[in-house]
Design a binder for this molecule. Structure first.
Ligand SMILES: Cc1ncc(C[n+]2csc(CCOP(=O)(O)OP(=O)(O)O)c2C)c(N)n1
Ligand SMILES: [Mg+2]
Length: 330
C-alpha cells in the first residue's frame, strides 16, 4: 500500500471529501482549544492530553468508518471520540468528572466511551488499545459481521510487547484490524530517535506481513486515501493494514501549556510544525480548489463554537456522581 498519489487524484479526493474532513477537524481543534482555555479554572481536574496539531488523523480515519465499526484509543483520545461521532456534551461532562459524563464521571479524560458510536474504550496504558482492537477484530471475523476495528496509538506503543504480538496475530489470522500510529516524535519528553533503532512502526509492520505505509499525518487528504484503502481491504476479508502518520502535538505531553520551557524540544522545531498546521493547510487547499470560500469556512467555525459552548455548559451544569455510586461500574 502506498499513500502517495498523483496530484490530480488528490485534487479529486479533496473536492469530494475535503469539506467534510475540515468540519471534523475544526470540531476537534475548537473543542481542544476550549479545554486548554478552561483548564486554568481548575474545575477540570482530570489530566488532559490534548491533540491540537494532530486533528487530521482521527478525522480522516474515522470518516471512513461506520457507526458499527469499533475504535480504541489511548490517553490522547478526545479527537478519536469526536471524529467517530461520540456525544460532545457527555465528553465535556466527563472532563468535569460529572455524572452525565460518558463514563459516569469516573473515567476522566483518558477513559472515554460511546459504544453506540463505536467508541469502545480508551486506555492510559501505552499500547493498550492495540491488543483490544485485535480482539474486536477477531470477534468481527468470527461473527462475519463485516465490521472493522481500528487501534489508534502513538509512537511509544511500538515499544510495548503486546504491540508485536497483536500485529503477528492480526496478520496470521487475516483479521479486519487497522493499526493507526500517530507518530508525533515524542513519548512524554523523549524523542523517538533516542528510543527506537528502527525507522517507525510501518517498518516493523511490514515484517509482520501486512501492508504498511508512512504518510504525512498532517495531510488529511493523504490520511483519508490511505484509510479508505485499508478499510476496503479489511472489509474484503483481506486482513490488517498499518498506517503510520507523521504528526506533532502542539501542547506539552499533558496539560494546557506547550511545555517549551522544559527544553525537550526546540522553539524552532515547534514553530516549524505549527506552520504546518493541518487545519489551516486543509482550509487553504479547499479555498484554492474552489470547494468552499472563506465565508463558508467561517460559518463552520461559528456553528462548531456554538456546539462547543453548549457542551461545556452542559458539562459544568451536570451533577457530581452521588457518593452512594462510588463502587458502581468500576
Ligand atoms: C505501559 C505504560 N508505560 C508507561 C506509561 C507512562 N506514559 C504515559 S503516556 C506515555 C508516552 C506515550 O507516548 P506515545 O505512545 O508516543 O503517545 P503520545 O503521548 O505521544 O500521544 C508514557 C510513557 C504508561 N501509561 N503505560
Ligand atoms: Mg508520541
Amino acid at each position: 500500500m502506498t499513500a502517495s498519489d498523483t496530484s490530480a487524484a488528490s485534487l479529486e479526493h479533496l473536492r469530494e471529501h475535503g469539506f467534510a474532513l475540515l468540519e471534523r477537524m475544526i470540531l476537534i481543534r475548537q473543542f481542544e482549544s476550549r479545554v486548554q482555555a478552561l483548564y486554568a479554572e481548575q474545575e477540570m481536574r482530570t489530566p488532559v492530553h490534548l491533540c491540537i496539531g494532530q486533528e487530521a488523523v482521527p478525522s480522516a480515519v474515522c470518516s471512513c468508518l461506520r457507526d458499527a465499526d469499533h475504535i480504541f484509543s489511548s490517553h490522547r483520545c478526545h479527537g478519536h471520540y469526536m471524529a467517530k461521532g461520540g456525544d460532545l456534551n457527555r465528553l465535556a461532562a466527563e472532563l468535569y468528572c460529572r455524572s452525565e459524563g460518558c463514563s459516569g464521571g469516573k473515567g476522566g479524560s483518558m477513559h472515554i466511551v460511546d459504544v453506540e458510536r463505536g467508541v469502545c474504550g480508551t486506555t492510559a496504558i501505552v499500547g493498550g488499545s492495540v491488543p483490544i482492537a485485535l480482539g474486536a477484530g477477531l470477534a468481527s471475523s468470527l461473527r462475519r459481521d463485516g465490521g472493522v476495528s481500528v487501534a489508534f496509538f502513538g509512537d511509544g506503543a511500538s515499544e510495548e510487547g503486546t504491540f508485536h504480538e497483536s500485529l503477528n496475530i492480526a496478520a496470521l489470522k487475516t483479521l479486519p484490524v487497522i493499526f493507526v500510529q500517530e507518530n508525533n516524535l515524542y513519548a512524554t519528553s523523549s524523542h523517538v530517535r533516542n528510543r527506537q533503532a528502527y525507522d517507525g512502526g510501518a517498518s516493523l509492520a511490514r515484517g509482520y506481513g501486512m501492508p504498511a505505509c508512512r504518510i504525512d499525518g498532517n495531510d488529511a487528504v493523504a490520511v483519508h486515501q490511505a484509510a479508505l484503502e485499508a478499510v476496503a481491504r479489511a472489509r474484503r476479508g483481506e486482513g490488517p493494514s498499518f498506517i503510520e502518520c507523521l504528526t506533532y502535538r502542539w501542547m506539552d505531553h499533558v496539560g494546557a501549556g506547550d511545555g517549551l520551557e522544559k527544553g525537550y524540544r526546540s522553539r524552532e522545531e515547534w514553530d516549524d510544525w505549527v506552520r504546518r498546521c493541518p487545519v489551516k493547510a486543509l482550509e487553504e487547499r479547499i479555498v484554492e480548489a474552489g470547494v468552499a470560500d472563506s465565508g463558508q469556512i467561517a460559518a463552520v467555525y461559528e456553528r462548531v463554537n456554538g456546539r462547543v459552548d453548549e457542551a461545556f455548559a452542559f458539562g459544568k451544569a451536570s451533577p457530581w456522581p452521588g457518593a452512594m455510586t462510588l463502587s458502581e461500574n468500576v
